[in-house]
Design a protein around this ligand. Sequence first.
Ligand code: HEM
Length: 315
Amino acid sequence: MASFRLALFVAAALIPHYAVAQLRPYYYRSICPNLDLIIRNSVKQSMAQSPISAPATLRLFFHDCAVQGCDASIMIMNSNGDDEQHNPDNLSLKPQGFNTILSAKAAVDSDPQCKYKVSCADIMAIAARESIVQSGGPYYEVELGRYDGKVSTKASVVLPHANFTLDQLNAYFSGLGVGGFTQSEMIALSGGHTLGAADCPFFQYRIGTDPTMDPNFAAQLKSTCSSNPSGFAFLDPSPVTFNNDYFKSLQGGKGLLGSDQVLFSDMRSRGTVNYYATNQGAFFGDFMAAMTKLGRVGVKTAANGEIRRDCRFPN
Ligand code: HEM
């Protein structure tokens, strides 16, 4: 009995490692040889249709991976509304991100060789990379071979909040996936805020109360948010270009979210912010590595997943 229990324990301990081990960049080489090109072109079209599409797609990938792993569970729409999309923390996800994935999936499935053979989770991972590359960011090989999850619930969503302190951010990211993320990896990933925007409710409370905010920046944000109830501001000064401006903004007290600015105002993380602000190559390198690691979180296999035919519904 004891040896049976031991065998069970060993098997259980091996499952996550096995799930990670199946991932590899050329997983679809013979199954769908043009996969990268198909998604590249589809993302290009989505980006041409809307400048919001790249930031929205990158954020969508993070929100998927951070909850139940990178299994496209964020895409699922349950008829009773009990799904990840309907959690309050996901209501601000932009439709352009979902549409980018659905268009890419349609493009992949229009190739007879690829039809119903590529997971939505893998399409999301490649589309996120393409959103980065086509915004001027670094290219990295995306590890592939994820299966799609079959479950999505509101209650499963646990995400970091814009008012988190450094300790709260570290606690959250260190608990993500197998082994968690270090503070430096968390800061590199936060560099995803080089793209896109945030709505006033996420930062308005800081205006005039947060001494770490640059006064001119505060005045600018005040006018943005007071003149328009559905106002927004960009997360860095070059919101459609993937670069290290985000970190330079933090140095100038112009981080939009509390969780951004705290990375500079807290002395324990300031050094990494300064490093990335002065060395874009280092940021790009660390960001690629952290994104690859993010892509390994909670990966599903054929044993607990499927290749979804429609990304919005389990088969
Ligand atoms: C560190 C903890 C994080 C917090 C607290 C956070 C929070 C937020 C918030 C509040 C917004 C604004 C949403 C809106 O107004 O619509 C936002 C936007 C965004 N986030 Fe994060 N985020 C975090 C990490 C990340 C990571 C790791 C990535 C990707 C690597 C990411 C990518 C984005 C992008 C691209 C946007 C812009 C979305 C758009 O313009 O539609 N975030 N985030």
